[in-house]
Write a new protein. Structure first.
Length: 405
């Protein structure tokens, strides 16, 4: 589908740093999770395939393996028309079977693989990985938070066997938060269960039945929920990239981020994150890192989650300053959307929003190009505005165009 470039579209924007500058151009970036190690990630092939499209704008010249449904000519053309640079070296897979075939072929070809999510050894051998899978598993396992963060700035917490969950309502007063202890990747709030009553704790026992252990934490009354982004080179140079305010629903499921240039993050929290990154480097990690921090009503803060990979907010953080300068917008909201019609109808709506300089797409998925033709098209991107209220009004305009958050 050939499109003219509407007026106002295509203002070039640039990330603060690219993945290629950290990982190089000789390695291969893989954002998808293994189908055999994705229990605590968003469900469904289309959700996992969408993960492979969300970081395309941030890779620079780094080769990548991604789903065909997120890298059609129209998908890539949309991002280029929005002013983003897309890597030229893209390996595409159609479905899970094709993904597994390509992964094995690329490993045999001697490529070093930079994975967002740990794969079983028989899928991506350790010697093919940029960072050892055992290091990634240790760092991302929620049981190990206190081994990386000082105990006085983490929530009060306890690790216990799942079998004892039913007794937890007698020793831990709700509300509380229960999290999976796992060496597999987790994210999007899928591995979190917020309990408001003893009955909820018993329900959580069934929810986490496949875990050997869980973490049970104090529920935090947050004033703000921040995700700080960092990256670290192989030589150990650490860069603080910025922060985004996280939005979660009542069940703890991730619903996007605010970037507001009027808001600031306390310097002591940024410095705490630098120490966490340094501790991870000492254990063999380098790359991108996201740290979730609760700013509490009493003025204190707690670090409650660590994600040693690029985060959902990472592309938005990387591009925020360039977008602010080019578009003169000081508030942005990163959101995921579902299109009401087919992919082409969704594109019409997106180009209209882009022409009005109210939205920038960071990725999309055309279900007709994948194994889920009956699903609705997906979109991620940034709503631009002068204030948060302005952005919320524009979000309503996007809904009127058939883009539902």
């Amino acid at each position: 589908m050939k499109r003219a470039n509407p007026q106002g579209i295509g203002i070039e924007v640039n990330p603060a740093i690219t993945f290629a500058s950290i990982y190089g151009n000789d390695s291969l970036f893989v954002a998808r999770a293994s189908p055999n190690a994705a229990h605590w990630l968003p469900k469904g092939d289309i959700a996992l395939d969408m993960l492979t499209g969300g970081l395309l704008t941030s890779l620079g010249d780094m080769p990548t393996l991604c789903a065909a449904s997120v890298s059609t000519d129209d998908c890539l053309g949309l991002m280029r028309d929005a002013g983003f640079r897309i890597p030229s070296d893209i390996y595409r897979y159609f479905d899970v079977k094709d993904y597994m075939r390509l992964i094995k072929k690329l490993c045999l070809g001697g490529r070093k693989i930079v994975t967002q999510h740990v794969h079983p050894e028989n899928e991506i051998p350790s010697e093919c990985c940029w960072v050892s899978p055992s290091v990634l598993s240790f760092l991302n396992n929620k049981a190990n938070l206190e081994k990386l963060v000082p105990v006085d700035i983490v929530p009060s917490r306890k690790i216990l066997p799942v079998q004892e969950m039913i007794k937890a309502d007698r020793t831990w007063n709700p509300p509380c938060v229960i999290k999976a202890v796992t060496d597999e990747s987790s994210g999007g709030g899928v591995d979190v269960y917020i309990c408001h009553s003893p009955i909820d704790i018993q329900k959580a026992g069934a929810f986490f039945i496949e875990c050997h252990h869980v973490v049970i934490e104090d529920y935090l009354n947050m004033r703000r929920n921040l995700c700080l982004n960092y990256c670290m080179s192989k030589e150990g140079d650490i860069t603080y990239l910025g922060f985004a305010e996280q939005v979660s629903d009542v069940d703890g499921i991730y619903r996007g981020n605010w970037i507001d240039f009027k808001e600031e993050c306390p310097c002591e929290i940024i410095e705490a994150g630098m120490k966490v990154v340094r501790a991870a480097f000492d254990r063999g990690y380098y790359g991108f890192f996201g740290m979730d921090v609760a700013l509490l009503e009493d003025g204190h803060y707690k670090i409650f989650d660590l994600n040693f990979r690029a985060n959902g907010s990472t592309p938005a953080v990387l591009y925020a300053e360039s977008i602010r300068r080019k578009y003169q917008k000081h508030v942005m909201r990163f959101r995921r959307f579902t299109g009401e019609g087919n992919y082409r109808q969704m594109l019409d709506a997106v180009y209209k929003a882009m022409g009005n300089e109210m939205f920038l797409p960071l990725g999309s998925c055309d279900p007709s190009a994948g194994p889920y033709k009956q699903q609705q098209p997906l979109l991620i991107g940034l709503i631009l505005g002068e204030t948060r209220q302005d952005v919320l009004e524009k979000e309503k305009e996007l809904a009127s165009l058939g883009l539902n958050g």
